[in-house]
Design a protein around this ligand. Sequence first.
Ligand SMILES: O=P(O)(O)OC[C@H]1O[C@H](OP(=O)(O)OP(=O)(O)O)[C@H](O)[C@@H]1O
Ligand SMILES: O=c1cc[nH]c(=O)[nH]1
Length: 216
Amino acid sequence: MAQLRVYVPPHPLIRHWLTVARDKNTPVALFRTAMKEIGHWLTYEAIREWLPVQEVAIETPLQAMTGQFMDVSTPIAIVPILRAGLAIMDGCQELLPTASIYHLGWVRDEETLEASCYLNRLPDRFAPQTRVLIAEPMLATGGTIMSTLEMLVERGADPAMIRIICVVCAPPALQKINQQYPGINIFAANIDEVVDQKGWIVPGLGDAGDRAFGTS
Ligand SMILES: O=P(O)(O)OC[C@H]1O[C@H](OP(=O)(O)OP(=O)(O)O)[C@H](O)[C@@H]1O
Ligand SMILES: O=c1cc[nH]c(=O)[nH]1
């Protein structure tokens, strides 16, 4: 049976930029750089064994050989979860310049922690085989990601083709995803153990959206 796989790449650049993002003294512009870098390196990891390639015959200056190009006929979708997902999306786009970007805006109610959708630019239907990369920096209570996954699957996205990149994830969200979508792969800079009563990941990095856009 498929099982949720959370991969935390043991990479010094990811550790470095995560620490920059966590530090409360990091200014807004540098925080955004850290998010973009984390998005870039996690995307690099996430597309391994996910993006199809095709064999092509080429000739080097010395001889004919078979190489591999990315199969550009396979649709790729990036779904950034606003607002904070925009900051990591910049890093995803550098590696997947031909991907379609489908923005999805969610905001959590500060009291109930329930997420509500205020922007939905998803297609009515995803083409078969579409690779969907969700850019969602924080998986805390899991409300936002579960609603997102429901909307994607309703529109024909195959959970086996969905990958999530996030900066920090926490057990409540991981448990919910595992229960309903056990085959999904998550690529995270870290798993933090605690979500407090107010829905904050601890130690976390605070409010990712506010810190990315200077709105605290
Ligand atoms: O797992 P959950 O408990 O649902 O929390 C995760 C969500 O919370 C944050 O968004 P927020 O509502 O703060 O919006 P913002 O990105 O616009 O600041 C974060 O960027 C996630 O989208
Ligand atoms: O710690 C958290 C939890 C949810 N959303 C954030 O931005 N930070």
